[in-house]
Write a new protein. Structure first.
Length: 184
């Protein structure tokens, strides 16, 4: 995200640590009226938008786990949904709770620099193997990169012939379903 933000100079349009607390469509103006809270100043202000895309994701409504004594801890602690990127794990002994994003995204990075990491996970997690749903990557010789872009010709074909796009989507879905539910 940072790379795209920097490449296209988008940072000036992005507000971090803000929360939309209300949104109303104003028919007479043809715009959305927004009430926004600045979480750092704890101030609410109004803004208007031609487009309003609700993309809040599940991590916007996170809760602390119910662990006795958690909030009595005197050192720094944080939730993966509100991770403090300024935190330096170098040389520290860390207790990491959780097998979701904590175990999959945070653990591999902090274990490189931490003195010791204790990892507590209530239930096991499942990670898809590298080739999960990768038939398109393999076909295009892009498995090492892990992604690809459709060519302009392909995009044009998908636009002009919805059946080609539909068939392609079915092919991708089939590769995922076959992996998850192999035929006996």
């Amino acid at each position: 995200m940072r790379t795209v933000t920097e490449k296209y100079k988008l940072r000036r349009y992005i507000k971090l640590r803000h929360q939309v607390v209300g949104a109303w469509w104003k028919e007479d103006q043809g715009q959305w009226h927004l009430q926004i809270r600045d979480l750092e100043k704890d101030e609410v202000f109004s803004d208007y938008a031609d487009f309003f895309i609700l993309g809040y994701g599940i991590v916007n409504f996170w809760e602390w786990p119910k662990i006795q004594g958690l909030h009595d801890f005197k050192g720094p602690y944080m939730h993966s949904a509100a991770y403090d990127e300024s935190f330096d794990a170098t040389g520290k002994t860390i207790a990491l709770v959780g097998g979701g994003s904590s175990g999959i995204q945070i653990l591999p990075e902090i274990r490189k620099v931490a003195k010791k990491v204790y990892h507590y996970a209530k239930t096991p997690n499942w990670c898809a193997p590298v080739d999960f749903g990768a038939s398109e990557l393999i076909k295009r010789g892009k498995i090492a990169e892990g992604n690809f872009n459709y060519s302009e010709e392909e995009k044009e074909l998908f636009t002009k012939d919805p059946k080609v796009l539909h068939d392609h989507r079915l092919e991708v879905e089939e590769s995922l379903a076959t992996f998850m539910f192999p035929k006996a």
